[in-house]
Ligand binder design. Structure first.
Ligand SMILES: [Zn+2]
Length: 224
């Protein structure tokens, strides 16, 4: 037997012993590979030019002709019950707390996913909040984190922070605030933009609330 073959054999045997004795490290290695693939997928998804952190997709609803670069591409939650934390005070910002509450109630009424309120932000799957930014043209955002399974190619959403931008929405009617909240929460549940029919997920404006077509789209995403 050649020396190089013996070396290879020794390496293989050592590797097998390592795997047998360190199953947790193998899991860590798999997680690392998943993470690398996820970051690559995220880079591919965020080519819209927004300056977003790695592993985040930002989807903003525009107040002008700008469309946001949403590309959830079928990313959905791996579960049907989601914990939601309201990070907006009913006392200090009643209009926004109300808009998020209505969006929460209306998506719950669709009976596709079950949304439950939690008091602990750290336990939440989805955080609903506000921001006040004039350095963006957009009235809302859903910052979505997901994991990509490199074997199945399936994307699982792991956390979303959805924000309403007071800078623009302060001038909106209560209905338009609610429509915007429903739009961003729609992204948080896995919905992408729709532009060919009446939909809460139209990329521009806040003209529509949740439509039957939007509920059917959500059902289709979660039918399996
Ligand atoms: Zn959007």
């Amino acid at each position: 037997m050649k020396f190089s073959r013996i070396v290879k054999l020794v390496i293989v045997v050592v590797a097998i012993i390592f795997v047998v004795q360190n199953p947790d490290k193998v899991a860590t290695g798999k997680a690392w590979v998943t993470n690398q693939v996820q970051q690559l997928a995220t880079l591919l998804n965020t080519q819209g030019g927004q300056n977003t952190p790695t592993s985040n997709i930002s989807s903003r609803q525009s107040t002008t002709s700008h469309t946001d670069a949403t590309a959830l591409n079928g990313a959905i939650w791996p579960k049907r019950t989601l914990k939601v934390y309201f990070d907006v005070s009913l006392n200090s910002k009643p209009a926004y707390a109300t808009a998020w509450q209505r969006a929460f109630d209306n998506w719950n009424a669709a009976k596709v996913l079950t949304l439950t309120k939690v008091d602990n932000k750290n336990q939440a799957d989805i955080v609903l909040t506000t921001e006040n930014r004039d350095d963006t043209m957009q009235a809302g955002v859903a910052e979505t984190q997901f994991l990509l399974n490199p074997i199945t190619g399936k994307k699982s959403i792991t956390h979303v922070t959805a924000k309403l931008n007071e800078h623009y929405l302060d001038d909106y009617s209560a209905v338009r605030k609610m429509n915007t909240a429903e739009h961003e929460l729609g992204h948080a549940l896995g919905l992408d933009h729709v532009s060919d029919h009446a939909s809460v997920m139209q990329p521009q404006g806040s003209e529509y609330g949740i439509q039957t077509a939007d509920i059917n789209q959500l059902k289709a995403l979660y039918q399996n």
